[in-house]
Design a protein around this ligand. Structure first.
Ligand SMILES: [Fe+2]
Length: 216
């Protein structure tokens, strides 16, 4: 009797995703010709520009004006980022919208030991990275992974026993690959684990913000 009752309940059960967080992983086909151009442009700039310190722990973080000096190769990356964002941006009625995004972007060059601290991108809507070069390799013990952090405050406050068996993935890691886009909501905490391999790791980071007129 009890089994029949359980089966009846299970037959009607559904898993609802309340407040799911969208993130996009999208890899360009044959990215090397584009990445060759980007690599040359970014490494040439690194030789002449001191760079900024934001979330980066070591490495070179260019000014946020890469869209101005990056030429057509950077335009190509930003056009793809806009298209990915437009596939996921809807109004309150669920209709797809194509905002006139305000875009800023910068280049990151990391070498052995460099990382990015946990941070968000306040005031923006979508943020993301495009990987130009992943250095000598990314493996289980080579670091350099992009890490999302659980945005659910209540989940983090849970007790130790419950933390050992979380629903879903508690610390999702994305292993960079040349030509890969990672795009996520700007409020989502993220970091980059220290890179342990050799070579030069190059990425482009970008923010897409809504037009000023759309702000409340
Ligand atoms: Fe970031």
């Amino acid at each position: 009797m009890a089994d029949a009752y359980s089966e009846e309940i299970l037959s009607r059960a559904r898993i609802a995703g309340f407040f799911p967080t969208p993130a996009f992983l999208c890899r360009l086909q044959d990215p090397e010709p584009l990445n060759r151009q980007l690599r040359d442009i970014i490494l040439a700039r690194e030789r002449t520009e001191r760079g900024l310190v934001n979330s980066n722990v070591g490495g070179w973080h260019s000014g946020r004006d890469l869209a101005i000096w990056g030429g057509e190769a950077v335009d190509t990356v930003l056009a793809a980022a806009r298209e990915i964002a437009n596939k996921a941006t809807r109004d309150r009625k669920g209709r797809l919208v194509r905002p006139a995004w305000r875009v800023e972007c910068w280049a990151n060059v990391n070498r052995r030991g460099h990382a990015n601290k946990r941070h968000t991108h306040p005031g923006c809507f979508w943020s993301g990275s495009y990987y130009v070069d992943t250095g000598d390799g990314i493996g289980d013990d080579l670091g350099g992974e992009f890490q999302f952090h659980d945005p659910r405050g209540g989940a983090l406050l849970n007790n130790a026993a419950a933390r050992a068996v979380v629903p879903g993935d508690a610390a999702p890691l994305v292993r960079p690959a040349p030509g890969l886009f990672v795009i996520f909501p700007s409020w989502m905490l993220h970091s980059v684990r220290p890179y342990q391999a050799g070579g030069t790791r190059i990425s482009i980071a970008f923010n897409l913000a809504l037009p000023q007129a759309a702000a409340p």
